[in-house]
Each structure stands twice: as C-alpha cells, then as structure tokens.
Ligand binder design. Sequence first.
Ligand code: NAD
Length: 694
Amino acid sequence: MVHVEIRHVDQAAIAVLRIDNPPVNSVGSQVRVALGEQLDKALADAQVNAVVLTGSGRFFSGGADIREFNTPKTQVRPLLRELIARIEGAGKPVVAAINGTALGGGLELTLGCHGRVASETAKLGLPEVKLGVLPGAGGTQRLPRIIGIAAALDMIVGGEPIAAHKALANGLVDEVAADPIDAACRLGLALSRGERESRTVDPAPLRNAASESVFEAARRDAQRRYRGCIAPLECIGCIEQTVHTSLEAGLAYEADRFKFLVEGDQSKAQRHVFFAERQATKLPSAAEPSQIARVGVVGAGTMGGGIAMSLANGGYWVVLLEQTEAALQRGWNTIQGNYAASSKRGRFTEQEVKDRLSRIQCSLEYGDLADVDLVIEAAFEDMQVKKEIFTRLDAVCKPTAILASNTSRLDINEIAAVTSRPAQVLGMHFFSPANVMRLLEVVKGAKTSDSVIATVFRLAVRLNKIPVLVGVCDGFVGNRMVSHYTREAYFLLEEGCTPAQVDGALRRFGMAMGPLQMQDMAGLDISWAARKRQAPTRPAHLRYSKVADRICEMGRFGQKTGSGFYRYEAGSREPIPDPEIDALIAQCSAEAGITRREISDEEIIARTIYALVNEGARIVQDGIAQRASDIDVVYVAGYGFPMFRGGPMFYADTVGLPEVLATIRRFHEQHGEYWEPAPLLVELAESGRRFSDS
Ligand code: NAD
C-alpha cells in the first residue's frame, strides 16, 4: 500500500513514501493507516533529513475512496485531515512529488506539505463538487491561502483539474520537473538546510483578499450553472471563511459542512450517477471488439452532421453521404459553421478545425462506402426510407462492415431483416446536438452479435460518449419513457394547467426544461408522426389528449416554426406564453368533458415523474435495459433530469417505493389503466427492496 525507499542526495537521506493502491492510489482507510505508520517512522528516524510523498503509476492519488463514504471506514484513524495536520506540523520537511494526477483528497494531502513539485503531465484538481460534496480535508481553507480566492473559487466550484504549467503559474506548485521525485528530494534537502522557505499556509485569516462582491458573483454564477445543487454554494461558503477566520476555525467549519453534504440526498444521488455511468459501460459478454477506422454517415441533416463532427473529433475518417447536392451543401455549411463557432469560442484552434474538416469526405455515391467499417444512417424517420437505404448499404459495403441506424423509435429487427447480415445491424441512437450530447443508446437487435456491440461501445467511449445498452421496442429506453411523461403533461393541460405551469413545476424540480418546452424544441411534428403511426393500434377506450395534435394542425411545430405550445420571437428560444394556446387548451378540456381545476406543483411532479418511474420499472422487467441504474444514466445524460436527484429510478428509491406505489395506485383509481402499477415496482415495494437492489 505504501512503499518506502531511502534515497541519498548530497550525503543526506530522503525517505520516499510511495502510495501504491491501484488503479488510482485512492487514500482509503487502509492507505491512511499505512501512510500514517510510515510517515511516523520516517519522521522519527534521526537518519532521515526529509520526506517525499509520491504515487505509483500515472496517479499521485485520485483522492478518498468514494465507496467508503457513509460507512464506518471513514472513521478509521488517522482521518485524512489528521494525517495532513501531522505533515503540516512535522519537524522535518515533507515534499509532495506529484508524479501524475492528484485529485480531491490526493491534492489536499499535498496542500499540507512544505513544498510541491509536479511532473510535466500532472493534473491537479478538487472535483468533489461533482459528487455533491466539498473538499473536506482542508482543501477549501488551504487552497485559497496558497493560490488566492479567485483561482481557488475556479478550481473548487468549477471542479475541473488544471495542468502542471498552470499550477506553476498560480503558485500551487513550486516546480515542474521531468523527474519530480528527484526534484522533490532536492527541494526537501534545501528546506532541511534552510536554503528554501516552507510553503505551508499561514493560519491567519486572509486580509483584504476579496470583496464581498466576489462571493456574491460566485454564488450567482453557481446558481445558474448548477441549478438546484447545494454543494457549489457550500464550497463558496467554506472559501469565504478564509477571509473571516483562522485556519483552525475554517477547518472545523469545513468539516461540519462536509458532513452535512455527505449525509444528504443530493450527494448520494450524484455518487449514484457517477457509479451508474461507469457501470453502464460494462457489457454482459466479454466479446472482442473489432477495429473501426472509416465510418460512413448517411444523411447530412441535424443528426448526420453532428454525428460526422463527433466522429471527426474522435479521429475517425468519415464519408458523409447525401441524396442531393443541395442537401449535401447545406449539411457541409452547417458543419463548417459549427466548427467556426467553436474555434471562435476557443474550443479548437484553427489547425484543429482544419484537421477535423479534412477527415470528412462529402459524397453522393453509395460506392464511396465500399470500404468503411461502420455506417451510421441518419436519414428521415420513415421505415420505407430506412429499408431502401439498408438494402443498398448491404449491397455496397464490405461483408464485415457494421450497419447502424440512428432511428429514434423504429424497429431495428425489421430494418436488419432486409440485409444479409442481421448480426451486424444495430441501433446507435445519438441525441441532439450529436457532437455535444454524451448519451448514446446502443440498440441490440434480436440477432446483433456481442462483438458488434463491443465494437460500438469501444467506439462510443473513444468519442467521449456514454453508451447504454438497450433492447428493441418503440422508443427504446429514453423515448419510450418520455411518451408517458408527455402524455401526463398533456392530460394536466386538459385538467387545468397552462404550459408554463407544467414546465415551471418541473424546472423547479430541477429538470433542465419542462416537457412542453422540450417538445417545442424537438419539433412537434416528430411526435405527431409517431402518434399517427401508433393510432391504428391504440385501444379506443383509452383516454387521448388532442391538445398536441390540434396545435400541429395549426401549423405550429415548435421553435422551428416560431410557435408551438409557446410562441417565440424571431431568433430567440425564449418561450412566451400564448393566450391563443390557453384558449385552445380550454376548448379541448370542454370537448373532452373535463372540468378544469387548480393543480399543485406537487401533483404535476408526481404525475409526470412517476409516469417515468412506472414505465422504467416495466423496461427493467422486460429486459430492455440491463439495470435500473442504466435508466438513470439515460435520463441524466440525455433528458436533462437533475443529476442531484440521481435519475428517475434513484429518485423513486429516495422517496421510498412504498410511497411511490401508493401514489401510483391512487392515480390508477382516479385516472385509469395507464397507471396500472408495474409488477416489478409492486414486487420491490412490497418486499422492502429498492430499484438499486434489483
Ligand atoms: P433531418 O431531416 O434533419 O435530416 C435527414 C437528412 O437525411 C436530410 O438531409 C435528407 O436529405 C437525408 N436523406 C434522406 N434520405 C436519404 C437517403 N436515402 N440517402 C441519403 N440521405 C438521405 O433529420 P434528423 O433530425 O437529422 O433525423 C435523422 C434521423 O435521426 C431520424 O431517424 C430521426 O428520428 C433520428 N433522430 C433525430 C433526433 C433529433 O433530435 N432530430 C434525435 C435522435 C435521433
């Protein structure tokens, strides 16, 4: 766990303590104990002039062991903050040799040291805010004392790691060196001889370091960036202590706020999402992925263009195929425009943009797809169109090529059946904008082979996407559930709500946007087409809201036509409530014989979110998702579900499944068969289990 080596430099002895706890050298309870013992030994050894702390492999330390949070292991002494205090007060210099990534508790460990040296490739960060907590081992008190309030706010509230050269520039590290252990030994020796000054922090409050307005601005910014999250505000509150109190009092304050956060629902939800994302990439089979270098994209519209960019960003060669010269030109112009905008924002250099564009070859000839390893079709959402395209692809593509469709809802098995290679056909459901959104539903058809799935998962990870394995059904996981969510939103309109009231309640719950605003953004014609397709098989006795259809009949397809559930000023995405729609909704209520009533936010949230939960339970039961936590990943990464609530299934666990079930049963009585409780929900609730146990 901790290896010790004595190095001799200029006749002095330096004890190098190396943390070795793969994969990320986390400082869990066992490492703390081992480190405490070795540190005490080295400090007590009269032969040792200085101590160097470092890590094995590519990590210095990834920080505390998150799996130990909320377990008795966090109480095993020495606590990390005790260990850091011991280092800070040591009678001989302790220097951190930051050999690689130092995150969270790992970086905090270095902040107690008398000097810090980083390797050229080191990354230093305090990402705790992303897990709904704060740096609880002195980070919020020591970092501002080392690099100043503004830079510390950036690192702690932003949560993004910084590179070694930046850490040198802002004073976080004293040196950047090709051999950080050697440099740290020399620094330790110089410190022991009094030739260099210790970099431990001054425990006094920081004077005139920042005005109140800096913290106010940080709070405003955090409320905008992390709507509904409490951890960023607590981080700011802790940093603010550094201007009011001593290190000791600030540390006590920080420890108290850490405890508050780590025991709260938000941080549990955010840790759930963190693990769920990692779990989602695990496949049931160990099949070998094959190599992908060249990818064809069919259709250069909204999705095809974004998919092509995403592939080019990931270093793949792309052939972008369209039907007509005009459509191809339009698609290419959009891609160029998007890259120009990101280069303007400083995301890519001009050279990077050039390289990416040079990897995309535009084409009108299917023959150009003869040697691609994978094709992703993103043409119109029409089964006949897809069948024609897959027939042609099957004829021109090499026999080993994988053929994927970006369909939002259509049956992958039906598409696969027109090819001679159904084992190599699957769905790759990207989300819009495809070059930005990280979620990818990977749809496994009845005949799709495991190695094809493994190949696409590896490609997705290389594209920095979060792949989630889903099965074939109308809408897969995300859109199948969203149909139930929007259905309830439409019913709520008929029963007494306005669009702004429904959307407002869900935004206050934490959704990035409400369901009606989301429909306006996606285009009302898309779901209208799906409803028309489903109409022949929809049982006549089931309640059906005509509100959305009537809005479409008025030619209002959402943002793209300047009006939908709301109206939009030219060039703006800001939804403006429209009395014409209020009148239309009231008319629909009257026609359906519904007496409009007052509806609370609480009911709006239960009706819409529990509709997601109930359908999510059926999806797990049907095996469409591998696990309930995959659904949470889909909703947080793809549908703007608040991360701090952990996704719909985790949220239901937090509320308590017996309570969720009781409410669903009440809705079942009041609103009929749409609300029939999912058998898995009943089974879990009645046996005292949760979705996270399923
Ligand atoms: P779009 O209308 O913007 O683009 C479709 C493009 O495909 C058009 O440029 C059209 O010229 C081209 N095309 C049509 N038939 C073709 C053919 N035979 N050969 C080559 N090109 C052809 O549509 P979109 O929004 O990009 O959607 C594409 C697909 O992605 C659909 O299946 C849709 O359901 C799915 N999808 C859309 C979204 C979204 O938010 N828009 C999200 C996920 C999935």
